[in-house]
Design a protein. Structure first.
Length: 203
């Protein structure tokens, strides 16, 4: 590749490149439970919305606007969130058993709404787009509440995203979500350990 062709490639793909870099920063900070991950989530979501519009993945495009709002919510919760209406700051925990049913019901309802909306928009990969969009919405909310299970949903979503973006020939984002898959696995392991440590501290 010549310098001229490299410059041309950068000009043609700068949005995808910026999305790639800012998304990696965001997830790396999330794994570390660093509150600044939410700031980078806002930046990467705004960039990715433009990129997904070009790919006609309207579910993923609109998902980015949700991510921006959810990131503001997550930022607030991580900084000021309280647990059990006490002065205790929000801690990393597992999803309570009684809450799993409600989350599952909400997820099915969310999928139904997302699927109908995407059907009207007539985007590509309708079913896959609806599934990954739903998984991402629920996982983001779980992360905002610091539930360990958010990483399990991200692992599933990332596997599906890799296949979908490869089919769309978005190879940089295919690589990005392959990296996300590894990072989500690490995130689950790290948050699981932190949940046990924080439980001992609070005991």
């Amino acid at each position: 590749m010549t310098i001229e062709s490299l410059i041309l490639w950068l000009k043609e793909n700068y949005i995808e490149i910026l999305g790639f870099i800012t998304s990696l920063i965001c997830v790396w900070l999330n794994i570390r439970a660093n509150i600044w991950g939410w700031f980078w989530a806002i930046i990467s979501s705004a960039i990715s919305a433009v990129f997904f519009y070009k790919l006609q993945l309207f579910g993923d495009m609109n998902l980015q606007f949700f991510f921006i709002v959810a990131s503001i919510y997550g930022w607030y919760e991580w900084k000021f969130g309280e647990k059990d209406k006490t002065t205790q700051k929000l801690t990393i925990t597992f999803l309570p058993n009684y809450f799993i049913v409600w989350v599952s019901i909400a997820s099915v309802a969310c999928f139904g709404v997302v699927f109908l909306v995407l059907k009207q928009l007539k985007g590509d990969f309708l079913l896959m787009d609806a599934i990954t969009t739903t998984l991402s919405i629920v996982a983001t909310w779980l992360m905002a509440r610091k539930y360990v299970e958010n990483w399990i949903l991200w692992i599933i979503a990332d596997v599906l995203y890799v296949g979908m973006y490869f089919q769309k020939e978005a190879y940089l984002y295919t690589l990005l979500y392959a990296i996300f898959l590894a990072m989500a696995t690490k995130g689950f392991i790290d948050w699981r350990k932190k949940s046990f440590l924080e439980a001992k501290v609070l005991a």
